[in-house]
Design a protein around this ligand. Structure first.
Ligand code: HEM
Length: 347
């Protein structure tokens, strides 16, 4: 069977497809930054707690429920934009993953409740019970991340979809050598940004130990991630690897831009300047997301080109969307201001 026959037709989009790609990249950057702060700081807190130092786990534990809520909210937006431009790939991979994919919702709810109970029942639980609950909640997050990596890689390779007919249905991408460095790259990045989050929290609490610990994780995880990134690049199919080595100028350009930003980020990290490092981290993650976008374009090039998507040119709903976006952002800024002025926000 020709895998191309399994790819549904691309639906027409009302406005130029580039708008959806831009919105996808911007919102995914926000999603990954929140996910990193959440997962990375939780792992750092747990590691320290297992070594008998319980300050960081308690401090970050109080921030995890809102961080998880923000991660989910910031995930919905790219999911919608992804479905607009690449839904005919992403829907298929979601269906192929079946129960594995649907279980993401259960895993998310499990972790959410786990972190909530940790925060609100902290005093009434024994250290062993709350540490176990915290660790189990982290496992839930790892499951979700692994499922996203599976979905995002299965969607890129229609040739693997044929396996669906030879196995008992739902399958994961275990046989893809690229998925391992790819997932590890995201997780190591989470440890780095999680470290930065701990350091920033330490600055607010004027706790030097938190700043030192956070910045140490930030710089070490980033150095490790440079090696993981090289493994990721080397594991890619050869034509895609060559595209990032100069054959495709925009793809190479975004990779170089992200590496330069990462260098500035590391310098700020070694100088122990959490705020400066945060600005460079946002820029680095943004360029990495652009690089990842090129990776998707190159992977699906044999099957689909976004330029072929029919555009109807009906901009009415887009203007409505922009209007609501501006009003929504203003309302959010106002609510955040109110929160930080409140007693809970100041503590
Ligand atoms: C809270 C736990 C979560 C974790 C740890 C997590 C982690 C990740 C990771 C690691 C990726 C990159 C996967 C890859 O490209 O290999 C990713 C991408 C993505 N995540 Fe999340 N995620 C979480 C929750 C969510 C939720 C709840 C949503 C949506 C409601 C979401 C939406 C997305 C989307 C749409 C992408 C890919 C966008 C694209 O390919 O352009 N995530 N996430």
């Amino acid at each position: 069977m020709n895998p191309a026959s399994l790819i549904p037709l691309a639906e027409p989009v009302p406005i130029h497809w580039a708008w959806f790609d831009i919105l996808l990249i911007v919102t995914l950057t926000a999603h990954l930054l929140f996910m990193n702060a959440l997962l990375g700081s939780a792992v750092i807190g747990l590691t320290k707690s297992l070594r008998g130092q319980g300050v960081i786990i308690k401090e970050v534990g109080m921030k995890l429920p809102p961080l998880l809520a923000l991660t989910i909210n910031m995930g919905v937006a790219p999911l919608l934009f992804l479905q607009v431009n690449y839904g005919h790939f992403d829907y298929v991979s979601s269906v192929i993953m079946g129960g594995w994919w649907l279980a993401v919702i259960a895993a998310l709810m499990f972790s959410y409740y786990g972190f909530y109970i940790y925060k609100f029942k902290y005093e009434s639980m024994s250290n062993a019970v709350r540490t176990a609950l915290f660790a189990a909640s982290i496992l839930g997050l790892l499951y979700v991340g692994w499922m996203f990596s599976n979905n995002m890689t299965i969607m890129l390779q229609p040739e693997t979809w044929l396996k669906y007919f030879n196995t008992d249905g739902a399958f994961l991408n275990w046989s893809d050598p690229v998925i391992y460095p790819r997932f590890l790259h995201f997780m190591t990045g989470a440890l780095a940004i999680g470290g930065l989050f701990v350091a920033l929290l330490g600055q607010i609490r004027t706790n030097d130990d938190m700043i030192d610990t956070g910045m140490l994780w930030f710089t070490r995880a980033t150095l490790v991630n440079l090696a993981v990134g090289i493994w990721f690049l080397a594991a890619l199919p050869q034509d895609i690897l060559l595209a990032f080595m100069g054959r495709n100028i925009p793809a190479t350009g975004t990779l170089i831009a992200s590496l330069i930003a990462a260098a500035f980020m590391l310098i700020a990290g070694f100088k122990k300047e959490p705020k400066k490092a945060t600005i460079w981290a946002i820029i680095t993650v943004f360029f990495m997301v652009c690089t990842r976008h090129w990776l998707r374009t190159l992977y699906i090039a044999p099957w689909f080109s976004i330029e072929s998507t029919p555009v109807t040119g009906r901009y009415g709903s887009f203007y409505l969307f922009l209007g609501f976006l501006i009003v929504g952002l203003a309302a959010m800024a106002y609510m955040i201001k109110l929160y930080f002025n409140s007693r809970q926000g100041r503590s």
